[in-house]
Design a protein around this ligand. Sequence first.
Ligand code: SAM
Length: 430
Amino acid sequence: MLSRIANQRLAKSFSKIQFIFADMNWDEIATDHVGIYIHVPFCEQLCAFCPFHKVVYREEFKALYLQAIEKEIHRRGVRGKVEWVYIGGGTPNLLTPQEIGRILGALRKHVDLANIGMEGNPLQFTPTYLQQIRELGVEKISTGVESLKPDTLKHVNRAKADEAHIQSIVNFAKDLGFTVNVDLMVGLPKQSNQDFLFDVDRVGAIDPQQITTYPFMEIPGVRVTPEMDSRNMFNLIEQAGEILETYGYFRENVWVFSKTKHIYDSARDELVIDYLGFGPAAFSKVGESQMVNPPLALYLDMLQNGKAYAFQTTVDEASEYWRKFAHELYNLRLDPNVIQRLPRSIKIVLALLKLAGNVNGQHVTAKGRFFVHDLTKTVVESLPFPVNNPSAISNYEEYEKRLASAKSLLLKKESTAEPEKTPLTQTTNF
Ligand SMILES: C[S@@+](CC[C@H](N)C(=O)[O-])C[C@H]1O[C@@H](n2cnc3c(N)ncnc32)[C@H](O)[C@@H]1O
C-alpha cells in the first residue's frame, strides 16, 4: 500500500510534463559542465520491443543525417567542460568508423572530449571496426545481445548474433582496453524463465565487465506486449544476480551487474549533470530546461533551412528533487549529502519507506529492491517522449503540420532518386 503511494507519487512527477513545439534559441542555454548525447537513428531491422526513434537504414538517409548533424554541432556550438559523450541509437555502428570520426571531429572543433561510449549491435562489431573506433578515442562499448534464443529473437524481429561471435568481440574489445557492457532483456514475449537464466549464465561465462538486465518495459512505441508481470521479472533479475555472483559480478544498481567501477550508467549520466543532445529526437537538459529535437524528416528539413525548433519544457524544482531521490533509490545506496538537501515531503516518503522495511540506514533492503525495480519501471514507462506522443505536446497540430510538410519534401526527393530496396514509406517514425 505504502509502496504503491510512493510509486504513484513519483511516476506522477514525471508523467505530468507537457512539451511545447517552438522555435529554439540555443544561445540562451548556458551551461559549463556537460554530457553530450549523439543519436544515430538507423537500424537494419526494427526490433518490436524498441521504443526509441529510428528508421530502417538507407545509405542516402545516412548521408543527409551526417551533413545535418555536423551542421547542428557547429551551429549550436558546444561549450563547457565535457564529462562524457555517449553515442546511442538506433544502431550507431551502422555508421563506419570514419563517419563516427566525422561526428567526433566536429565536436572536437569546439571542446575536449572525455569518457566516450558508444552502443551497437553485436553483428556490426568486427575486430577492425573496434580497433578503428578505439583509435578515435572511444573507451566504452555497449552491445545489445538481449537474448541468445532464436525463437525469442525471431518473435521480436531481431537478428541473432552467434555466441561465438559475441565471445570473440568481447575478448577483442577487452584486449583493446574497452570497457564492455552487454544488455540482456527479461520478460520478452515467448521467453521462458529458463531461457532468460540460460542467457545470464552464458553471458556471465563470456565475461564482459558489465551486464545490464533490463525488464521489458511497455514504453509507448513498442509493438509487442509483455506477457510477464513486474514481480516475475524482478524475481528473475534477483536470480540473475545470484548466477552472476558466481562469475565474480557485484550488483551495481537495481538492473546492472558489474566487475568494474568504470561503468555505463545512462541514468546517472543524465541525472547528475546537464547534457546536450544532437541528432533527431535527442534530448537535452540544461538546468530546469528540457529540449527534444524533432524526428528525422523534420530534423533534416530544419538544418537544411537554417532553422532551429525543439520540443521544450521546464522541469520544476519539485520534480527535479523527485528525480534525484529516484536516482538514489535506483543505485540502492542513498548518498547522505543528496538526501540531506531533499525537501520535507520527500523526507517523509523516505521515513515511510524505512518504516515499511524498504530502506535501512543508507541502503535499500532486499525487500526494497522490488519497490525500486517496480518504481523505475513505472517511471520509465510513464516518461513523456514527445515524438509521436500527441498527449505530451500542447500544440500538437502545429507540430504535425510542419512534420507532414517535411515528410512530403523528403518523399518528393525520394521519387526523383533511384528506386530503392526499402521504400521510405515502409520505414517508421521518420
Ligand atoms: C537504444 S537500445 C540500442 C540497441 C542497439 N541497437 C543494439 O542492437 O545493440 C539500448 C538497449 O535498450 C534496451 N531496450 C530497448 N527497448 C527496451 C524496452 N522496451 N524495455 C527495456 N529495455 C529496452 C535493450 O536492452 C537495448 O540493448
